[in-house]
Write a protein that binds this ligand. Structure first.
Ligand SMILES: [Zn+2]
Length: 164
């Protein structure tokens, strides 16, 4: 969640939390990685916390890059850095068509993947229409969608199982 959007759409944030979803920090104003500051990250935390009472622990930086400075900033602000599965990216922000968005995700997804889709940066009609198709296809194939925190805890539990 981008912090300044959180302040514009408080009812949507409350619904996201109420429905059992997880919110992560995506900075306050979505700056370029080179212009990301501690203040940008903490201001987003404050916006989300003001609206929902929930302070995010996950940080997804704008763009798809990680730098040493970003790692330091995430540690310093108390966040866990989270990205998405690189080859399950439909680039929905480019508006490639509903069918392309669906296919690029359902044809490439594997268990444990984190799927990226966008809700900002222009009209997201295609994404909104593609999402139910993606979810029903995944459900039909036995996938369950979980929050990132649930995914981490399941991965953790699987790693504790004795190896045969
Ligand atoms: Zn973004």
């Amino acid at each position: 969640m981008v912090g300044n959007e959180a302040r514009h759409y408080p009812h949507i944030l409350r619904k996201i939390i109420h429905d059992g979803n997880e919110l992560g920090n995506h900075t306050s104003n979505h700056p370029k990685l080179s212009q990301l500051t501690e203040k940008e990250i903490l201001a987003c935390d404050e916006s989300i916390e003001d609206v929902t009472g929930f302070r995010p622990v996950l940080l997804r930086p704008p763009g798809g890059h990680i730098s040493d400075r970003l790692l330091t900033l995430s540690r310093k602000t108390g966040h866990i850095l989270i990205m998405w599965t690189w080859d399950v990216d439909a680039k929905d922000w480019m508006k490639p068509g509903i069918r392309t968005i669906v296919r690029k995700i359902v044809d490439h997804v594997d268990p444990g993947d984190i799927i990226i889709l966008h809700d900002g940066g222009g009209r997201r009609t295609q994404t909104v229409e593609a999402l139910p198709l993606i979810l029903s296809d995944l459900a039909r194939r036995g996938y369950a969608c979980v929050s990132v925190s649930e995914l981490f805890s399941q991965t953790h539990l699987q790693n504790l199982k004795p190896q045969k």
